[in-house]
Design a protein around this ligand. Sequence first.
Ligand code: BGC
Length: 767
Amino acid sequence: MSFLLETSGFSPQTLALDETLFHTANGYIGVRANFEEGEPEGAKGVRGTYLNAFYDTHPIIHPEKLYGFPETGEKILNVSDVQIIRVRVDGEYLSLNSSNTMDFHRCLDMRKGLSCRDFIWKSRSGKKVRIEVKRLASFTRPEVFAIDYSLSALDPVEIRLESSVKGDVGNYYDPSDPRVSGHEFTALEVVDTSFSGNTISMTSRTKATGAYLWVQVDHSFRMRLSDINLSDPGPSEMSQDKGVARLSWNITMSPGDSFTLEKKAVFCDSLRHRDGFKYVKKVSDEISGLQFADLTREQEIYLEGFWMESGIGIEGDDHILKGLRFNLFHLLQSASGNPVASIPAKGLSGEGYEGHYFWDTEIYMLPFFLYTRPEIARNLLQYRYTILPEARRHARDLGHAKGAAYPWRTIAGRECSAYYPSGSAQYHINADIAYAVWRYWEATDDVDFILQYGAEILFETARIWLEIGNFSGSAFHINTVTGPDEYTCLVNNNYYTNRMAQKNLKTAIEIFELLKRSYPAVLSELGDRINLGKDEVGNWTKAAHAMVLPYDAELDMNPQDDSFLQKPVWDFKGTPEDKYPLLLHYHHMTLSRFQVCKQADTVLAYILLGGEGRESTLRNSFKYYESITTHDSSLSYAAFSILAAQLGDPDKAYEYFAETAALDLDDSHKNTRDGIHVANMGGAWLATVWGFGGFRPAGPIPSFSPRLPSKWKTLSFRIHYRASSIEVQAARDKVRLNLRVGPPIDVEVYGSRYRLESELIVSVDRA
Ligand code: BGC
């Protein structure tokens, strides 16, 4: 039951929200759940199909352009629309509105990987038809998106069916809404269209970068007509007009007759295939003998494996479990299986954040994949390697002689943030990527990855700290940066940045030593290639050792930065509810002058790296930041939830967790129409597994200290660590660990070491 998301009743008001929630994606293709028949009357939706990393560039206009500001932005494109299926019933277009649409129902089946919609429609003359639609983006064939469109006649009707591919498309914009693009962006032009039988092929090209997109769409019918039994309604009519290619059929139907149009689209682009034209043909040929039901079976088998490895079980909390499954399913839908792409902040569900990748991927989303499907985590990190040359260029633009500065938001590697105080100044992204490389290395022992990609990423990211930091006396300071909390910009010694930078430096040193010891030829080649100076590693060591980590002895807490505690606390009592999120109502500089946090910052550093030894500091900091954090960013709740659980208060943790689990389902940030919040979805997994499950990786030994909230009877999840797969089942009185696959492994449960050979049961009173 909780693998289904369903809504009933036709609701034009929630159209754009539902288009996001019920969207179909597979890490490459993302299709919003738009209506095949077109937008309903009086409703405002966002029609969109996206291919991960398929973008075009545009100039960034700065009326006051200073040195080094980025000049070119990248934007994911809304690509050729293959969703269009228009129906005329006795000449009248089937267009949905509240008075002609009955029994409307939508569903997202997360076990079958299908998005479905069905309803009864009544024409002006009172004739009725039933429509049932299923669609999928294949997980096993990433280029394939398919629609199964059925029409049943409830009265005698003459049907005219039109299926189109529209290449003349642009991105969504709305000049009246500051949260989405206010400008028209039409970057794709059709260069060729052809028909062959029931197949439409279209080639398009991006205007600025000259990238190609190929689409081939095949049509086939299943018929159930009372008087004749045809496999096809006969030859189609072809037409072409202004970038739209269309096939049409006429079908005479009696009550009880029905037909199904199967529309199978194959997409391919020149980022992935040089000769995509041939490639779409090849994939189309491969699926030509398959019906929609066959593709569905493939989905089901794939998803069975996914839920088996990555699923979570909770007894006692169905609503939360459903929300969590929804989040995990969308994480899977959003993650690229190819290193040319990563995970956009909104997945492939909408145009919010323009399809850009942020630190969201490495810190919030990647852990879910790393500990359940490590091969996906590897791809995500490899993507960062592919954009390393751009990150070096960005570092030079910023004036750094050495190293790489990963862009704050990007698709192909350029810095696309025009606002540096909360863009390029977030240097912590370097350390976030390095952190993910470290965690990947720790959990997989994948030395090939380190030799081919990881070492270079670590060295180049580490170098930047010596570029932007300086020794003053015996301490190493990093000044004028922005930490995760975007309400406090351009500060000195941001605790999060400094701790993460310190870890970046230490990991780079550790890998340098490993290479020196065991792979000297690799080190020598890499060192020459990146011109690694003789004194550099020594300087990394000194800087890591001398790193300033702000600490206030009187309050026994870690201030967010050097000047944080000097500022007045924001007037929370005097701020009305409708002024949140604050960023939409107050000038950025005003926010920066107060103690008010948009999101977890210091608290997040504790989650990722632990405390520095004093639990009292964690407790005090937690309380302090809890009272001044607005959680205006959806990335915030998970960190607070995890720390609350770690500090022994699972019920408080649950309050934060409840916000993460249902954030998009409840549309609590009021902008899910622009796309899902994928970082929050990854955060929900972290809050479950790191928080309530108490899972922590530590070198070769994973540890578990489950702490369940009162509402839950049990929690179960699986962790892939090194070569072993471990099932954890936590109840109030005991924790059971099963070794599912792989060699015996040492584990810690509530701080005690055990050898997991097959099954281990630890009672909670031993905690
Ligand atoms: C958050 C950033 C985040 C971005 C994309 C912003 O609101 O403050 O931390 O990276 O959204 O999700």
